[in-house]
Design a protein. Structure first.
Length: 205
């Protein structure tokens, strides 16, 4: 087993400012409708009557999400042309010369990472700012976060993706994502029946 890159996200530190999202979009010149990194707003709870008074148990937190460069990338498994490959460095890349834009990867990815680019007719996604990494710099999303809620770390292949099942994330066993989440204090209260993504129209590909 070897070490691989992973995003470490501290939900308690995130203010939801979306600077990471904007920095990614600017760094890669992404067109309207394409977001390689998305900031989800999760909200739940409400009002409960306690005797003669009303008590609020509302909660909210954020989740910054991009491609997790999974150890078992399902996007690569379903790609009919072999355009998606996980390299020796652990990065999952899309070869645009081979991609035919069928969108199978987008349908299969439980994180919504692959995004269709109308300009090129191909799929695109986060490449971990590979050129910056090669130059010894962190990805744009990490370096731009004013709260330092987002970090690039290394984890061992086969290591548990700590906290990566936080709502609305899928079971990490599906793809073994390079993602470590430090959950918000209210995250244990969130689930499909008790919370919702409040900005669904913004983060939907």
């Amino acid at each position: 087993m070897g070490a691989r890159y992973a995003f470490r996200f501290d939900q308690s530190a995130c203010s939801g400012c979306k600077t990471c999202q904007a920095a990614c979009k600017d760094r890669h010149g992404l067109p309207v409708g394409v977001l390689w990194r998305r900031v989800y707003e999760v909200a739940g709870g409400g009002w409960e009557r306690v005797g003669e008074a009303w008590h609020s148990d509302a909660f909210a937190y954020h989740l910054s999400l991009a491609c997790n460069h999974c150890a078992e990338p399902i996007c690569a498994e379903v790609c009919p042309t072999g355009a998606i490959v996980r390299g020796d460095d652990g990065l999952v890349r899309i070869d645009r010369e081979t991609c035919v834009g069928c969108r199978y990867c987008a349908w299969a990815c439980p994180y919504g990472a692959p995004q269709f680019d109308e300009r090129s007719g191909t799929m695109t996604k986060c490449d971990l700012c590979a050129a910056d990494l090669a130059a010894g710099r962190p990805p744009a999303c990490v370096s731009s976060c004013p709260m330092r809620a987002l970090e690039l770390v290394t984890i061992e292949d086969g290591a548990d993706a700590a906290g990566a099942a936080t709502f609305p994330l899928p079971d990490p066993a599906l793809t073994s994502p390079g993602l470590v989440v430090v959950p918000h204090r209210d995250a244990p209260r969130a689930g499909p029946r008790t919370a919702r993504v409040a900005n669904r129209e913004e983060v939907a590909p």
